[in-house]
Design a protein around this ligand. Structure first.
Ligand SMILES: *Cc1c(COP(=O)(O)O)cnc(C)c1O
Length: 434
């Protein structure tokens, strides 16, 4: 597979180059030249296959010929090393639980796949690859866990001091070895700004091989398709499902659309948004207007200008009518999100996290006006990662799953740093220039 830049100003590259670069030199996002058909065109066609077999068939065309089959199989086995069950909440709505991985969020899938690809590609490189990542909470943990112990790769995580949940902070700061947490005395935007400055710094890039692990990287984006196939494999209803995805940067839902374009039978997509509703507005008006992010209780979706939106347009050949036919979108308030957590817990004894609750509320709205349909939400994080709103509603504290128990008593290791670029640059050079 070759990948082209959506800005059309850079040369096409193979999977290896796309993974190492992240973004094309013309600042465009990479997109595969063609969308392969896997033959998974019905629920029946998926029966009797292991997750590894399905994952391998889905990913091989995207990776070929840059990773040998045996290696790719190993990468997929290690990526899908936890359960992804489809659980029925009520008669019409099921939940694809993507939070049973090591950092309790769906980002584990993309991060684990990407880290192992980069580890494989770094074997041929003399110098170390240094991954810089800014996080508001979830990404950093998944990247830390995914890359921990991967040889030839060092990871530097920038997170906003005091602005991540206790579980998230544990997941950022208790890895050692090749993972380094920089606790920035500023907000997420300050973290992101520093990382952008580093990538724009020619002098620094001359001395260190830098890359990013953000969600635009094809090696993080494309493997997310795998669990849409695993979801359909578990689908028991006669009617095909409406799939509702809580969306921020729209990488996850965009991966689902790639799966659908590859033949996977999905009836319709619902993009669930919180107050950050640029895509909801776009679907109403046909006009895309980016905005500054508004803080909400589903904060991993607080994005004002979703980076993967250009990929979605490309999937639909820039056609607004085609896109509108396949996707609906609803914007859900914080109050509705909290009501939904309480209602679903009281009525169905099922505990949603705020992101899953946004999806549940959005899917309910869609099903209200499309009777007879059934659907699933992608539950993207474990409630314990967002205890603030969940514990308030339950009136008790949540139990920690084993993934957290394991790191709970570990010592926090982070470097406190001011949001000053020169300080960060000095740190990077002294740590990694040998
Ligand atoms: C990152 C994240 C999202 C948003 O996913 P996108 O691919 O950016 O749309 C949703 N929920 C949780 C819990 C997340 O961490």
């Amino acid at each position: 597979m070759k990948y082209f830049s959506l800005n059309k100003q850079s040369a096409n590259v193979d999977f290896r180059e796309a993974t190492i670069l992240g973004q094309a030199p013309d600042k465009g996002l990479y997109f595969p030249e063609s969308i392969p058909q896997h033959g998974f065109t019905s629920v029946e066609s998926l029966q009797g296959l292991s997750p590894e077999e399905i994952g391998f068939r889905v990913m091989k065309p995207y990776v070929d010929p840059m990773i040998p089959d045996a290696e790719l199989k190993r990468i997929i086995r290690e990526t899908l090393s936890f359960d992804i069950p489809l659980v029925r909440i009520n008669e019409n709505i099921s939940s694809l639980e993507l939070y049973h991985g090591p950092t309790l969020a769906f980002k584990d899938v993309g991060a684990r796949f990407m880290s192992r690809c980069l580890g494989y590609f770094s074997r041929e490189k003399k110098e170390k690859i240094i991954v810089l990542v800014a996080t508001s909470g979830d990404t950093g943990g998944a990247v830390a866990d995914g890359f921990h112990g991967v040889e030839g790769v060092e990871v530097v995580i920038f997170y906003p001091s005091g602005k991540v949940s206790p579980v998230q902070e544990l997941q950022l700061t208790t890895y050692e070895g090749n993972i380094h947490a920089l606790e920035v005395q500023g907000d997420f935007d300050a973290c992101q700004k520093i990382v952008k400055q580093a990538f724009a710094d020619a002098e620094l890039k001359d001395q260190l091989f830098l890359t990013s692990a953000n969600s635009i990287n094809v090696a993080r984006w494309l493997p997310q398709q795998m669990y849409y196939f695993l979801a359909l494999q578990q689908w028991k209803e006669k009617e095909l499902p409406v799939v509702c995805v809580p969306s921020g940067n729209f990488g996850n839902i965009c991966a689902g659309m790639m799966a659908w374009r590859s033949g996977l039978p999905i009836k319709h997509f619902v993009a669930a948004c919180n107050a950050n509703d640029v895509v909801t507005q776009y679907l109403l008006s046909g006009v895309y207007k980016s905005a500054t992010a508004i803080p909400t209780i589903s904060n991993a979706m607080d994005v004002g200008d979703p980076s993967n939106f250009v990929r979605i347009l490309n999937i639909f050949d820039q056609s607004y009518p085609q896109l509108k036919e396949q996707i609906s979108s609803y914007s859900i308030t914080d109050a509705e999100t909290e009501e939904t957590i309480a209602k679903v817990y009281n009525d169905h004894n099922y505990l949603l996290d705020p992101h899953g609750a946004v999806a549940y509320a959005a899917l309910e709205r869609y099903l209200d006006v499309n009777s007879g349909f059934k659907g699933m939400i992608l539950e993207t994080a474990h409630p314990v990662k967002f205890p603030g709103s969940v514990e308030k509603i339950l009136g008790r504290s949540l139990e920690y799953p084993p993934q957290v128990e394991k790191i709970r008593n570990k010592e926090k290791k982070s470097t406190l740093i001011k949001p000053v670029y020169q300080d960060v640059k000095d740190f990077l050079l002294s740590a990694y220039l040998h």
